[in-house]
Design a protein around this ligand. Structure first.
Ligand code: AMP
Length: 190
């Protein structure tokens, strides 16, 4: 299996680039943000719970997120691998993912981070707010909170994968195609 964690702050381009990776390497795209939004749209209990955190720019609690992620992985027993997009976002999530994949005789092959400066992220999120329909993109205060949560809770996850020599970074500035090319090079050299 080829299991990749695509990492980066909100607005780094994880969703767009995940689609490219999924197509080229025939993987399953698992975006915890997309799954939460689908639950919100479907009016499920999980959606109601998730919305109360998402609307404040906070993380959904680990236990809820981890259980959801596991059941999504289990829906694809014959997958060639996964692109994890927006997960893990905390060190306990990373530990749980390792243990879960080990139970499936698998592992994370690489975490690849998209490097984008903060000013550019804010610009991108402002533009995305115009057509994404995401309420958490539209409010500068929520964006600020998401970026702070990223710095405090999510950025340390990098160290977890560095400790396993699985961390790679690519420049997230440039055209979408240029960034895709950098990602493909990184994956092909794993
Ligand atoms: P995203 O689409 O990845 O930007 O996620 C949107 C929101 O969903 C985040 O701001 C969090 O509130 C929530 N979320 C997504 N993934 C996670 C995760 N792995 N852990 C906790 N909350 C998450």
């Amino acid at each position: 299996m080829l299991n990749i964690v695509l990492f980066g702050p909100p607005g780094a381009g994880k969703g767009t680039q995940s689609e490219r990776l999924v197509e080229k390497y025939k993987l399953i795209h698992l975006s915890t943000g997309d799954i939460f939004r689908a639950n919100i749209g479907g009016g499920t209990e999980l959606g109601t719970l998730a919305k109360s955190f998402i609307d404040k720019g906070q993380l959904v609690p680990d236990e809820v997120t981890i259980n959801m992620l596991k059941s999504e992985v289990e829906k694809h027993p014959n997958a060639a691998g996964f692109v994890f997009d927006g997960f893990p976002r905390t060190t306990p999530q990373a530990e749980a993912l390792d243990a879960f994949l080990a139970s499936l005789n698998s592992e994370i092959n690489a975490m690849i981070a998209l490097d984008v400066p903060e000013d550019e992220l804010k610009e991108r999120l402002k533009k995305r707010a115009l057509d994404s329909g995401r309420t958490d993109d539209a409010d500068p205060k929520i964006i600020e909170s998401r970026i702070n949560v990223y710095k405090n809770e999510t950025a340390p996850v990098k160290g977890f994968y560095e400790g396993q020599s699985k961390f790679h970074a690519v420049n997230g500035l440039g055209s979408i195609d240029e960034i895709t090319e950098r990602l493909f090079n990184t994956v092909d050299n794993l």
